[in-house]
Design a binder for this molecule. Structure first.
Ligand code: IFG
Length: 484
């Protein structure tokens, strides 16, 4: 069955390689980054098969059956995510110019095996890997998922399950929406009440929570081991009530705001005209940049309805400069394109109509069109969870659209890629999260990875075959949506 995302070139052949040969997983070179992919593969295959699948350096021996992972050709660009995968009755060979490509070859291998391979306990098998040739690589460099951990907080282990799922479908960005009106979710040492006070509650009034810096760093490392870059977002100047509740001095009137547990938007603003606000931002961005190896810091900028336009533009320009001073590229919701952006700044399109202005000034754009990839939208009227302000988003809506022509005035050259967004006003558990992500996220992943000219009927058949995989992974999903 052709994998999801569909590979660039997929040439099945007769026969299969059977894992019962208990092959070694060989690496060349025996470099840590290659061994890490081999270990990841071994950890995926050992539980269900019970096979040893030892990882060892490749040797000249051609006789032993092996799953060979090799960095070839040498000297490839480090951000090259392409790979080749060849399966014959004698063995498996994966080659890629950089470790990410080998990681993606492994994600494809998982899907070529029966769904039972995703079981955490020994299964009877057999474990045939169908023979064939694949050469593959992504269309877009930015293939993302945003998780809103501010409206409701999700524990680190839940976020790790989301990272596992995103990586399995070759997504490479996890945008964490860390602050909003209802919660501040990351410990900032120099402003301790942000987490201590701002992290105490959530939408609906339930318990909040926050990531210590150690937990955030652990999530960043966990994501990096799966070739996912974490993009942290501190939303400002709006969507900031949690910070305004923690520190009176951040409010224009010097009065701390009460914690907010509703789901309205657009009523909050940092005090644009107070210098303390920019010391606050400098400290927050400084600590977050130090914890974030990725090149990007997201400054939010959406729905700043309580901020005067001129003040908003001055604010965004100052915050962008602070981000750049810390060696990072600024990302912002598309409203930031009302002002002049730095050449490296990225605008994220959602629904507020500024992406054309961003592209017109030469900024790069990430597409997150709400009617397509806001996966907090209900699938249909019968969906218990989610919102519907952007309309229903059935599986086909998330899949059957073309980024290059989606926004007239924003052509492919301006696009960095595509990002699904999962806002959590109505989501409180990991099951809630995965029920909204599955089965729609694989469709968005294919939009972001695969070549133009995709076909819904073909995809729909491939997608149905993934439900047994999600079951074996222990993930809740909306089965009804597969019939849609
Ligand atoms: N829009 C708001 C989000 C969230 C969303 C829910 C953006 C950029 C509606 N801003 O999307 O905070 O409330 O679907």
């Amino acid at each position: 069955m052709t994998p999801i995302p569909r590979p660039l070139v997929f040439q099945p052949a007769a026969g299969a390689f059977d894992l019962s040969a208990d092959p070694a997983i060989t690496v060349s070179p025996a470099a840590p980054a290659v061994a890490a992919v081999a270990d990841f593969l071994a950890e995926r295959l050992r539980p269900a098969t019970g096979y040893a699948l030892p990882v060892r350096p490749a040797t000249a021996e051609a006789d032993s059956p092996a799953i060979a992972l090799a960095l070839t050709p040498a000297g490839g660009a480090p951000d090259d995510e392409s790979y080749r995968l060849d399966v014959t009755a004698a063995g498996v060979r994966a080659g890629a110019p950089a470790p990410a490509g080998l990681f993606y070859a492994v994600q494809t291998l998982r899907q070529l095996l029966p769904p039972a391979i995703e079981s955490a306990t020994p299964q009877p098998g057999p474990w045939p890997l169908p023979a064939g040739h694949i050469s593959d690589g992504p269309r877009f460099a930015w293939r993302g998922l945003m998780l809103d951990v501010a409206r409701h907080f999700f524990a680190p282990d839940d976020v790790k399950r989301v990272i596992d799922l995103a990586a399995a479908y070759k997504l490479n960005r996890l945008h964490l929406h860390l602050s909003d009106d209802q919660g501040w979710r990351i410990e900032i040492a120099s402003w301790p009440d942000l987490a201590r006070v701002g992290g105490q509650t959530a939408a609906g009034g339930g318990p909040g929570g926050f990531y210590t810096q150690a937990q955030y760093a652990d999530l960043v490392a966990y994501a990096a081991a799966r070739h996912v870059t974490v993009v942290p977002e501190i939303d400002m100047p709006g969507h900031s009530n949690a910070a305004l509740a923690a520190y009176p001095e951040l409010n224009a009137d010097g009065q701390a705001r009460p914690p907010y547990t509703g789901i309205e938007v657009g009523f909050s603003s940092l005090a644009i005209d107070r210098e303390i606000t920019y010391r606050f931002i400098e400290d927050v961005i400084g600590e977050l940049a130090a914890l974030t190896p990725g090149d990007y810091l997201h400054i939010g900028g959406d729905e700043a309805l309580a901020t005067a336009r001129e003040e908003y533009l001055r604010f965004i320009a100052r915050v962008e400069a602070i981000v750049n001073a810390h060696g990072k590229r600024a990302v912002g919701w598309e409203e930031i394109a009302q002002g002049r952006l730095a050449a490296t700044t990225i605008a994220q399109h959602w629904a507020s109509g500024h992406a054309v202005a961003a592209a017109a000034q030469g900024a790069k754009v990430i597409l997150s069109p709400a009617p397509r990839v806001y996966l907090d939208m209900k699938y249909d009227a019968a969906t218990p969870l989610g919102l519907q302000w952007a309309g229903f988003v059935p599986v086909r809506a998330a899949y059957d659209w073309e980024p290059a022509t989606h926004l007239p005035g924003v052509d492919e050259a301006a696009l960095l890629g595509v990002e699904a967004a999962l806002w959590s006003e109505t989501l409180t558990t990991l099951d809630d999260v995965t029920t909204m992500l599955l089965p729609r996220l694989p469709g968005v992943a294919e939009v972001a990875w695969s070549a133009p000219g995709r076909d819904w009927d073909d995809f729909r058949r491939r997608l149905a075959a993934h439900a047994p995989r999600w079951e074996r992974m222990g993930l809740a999903f909306r089965r009804e949506a597969l019939e849609g």
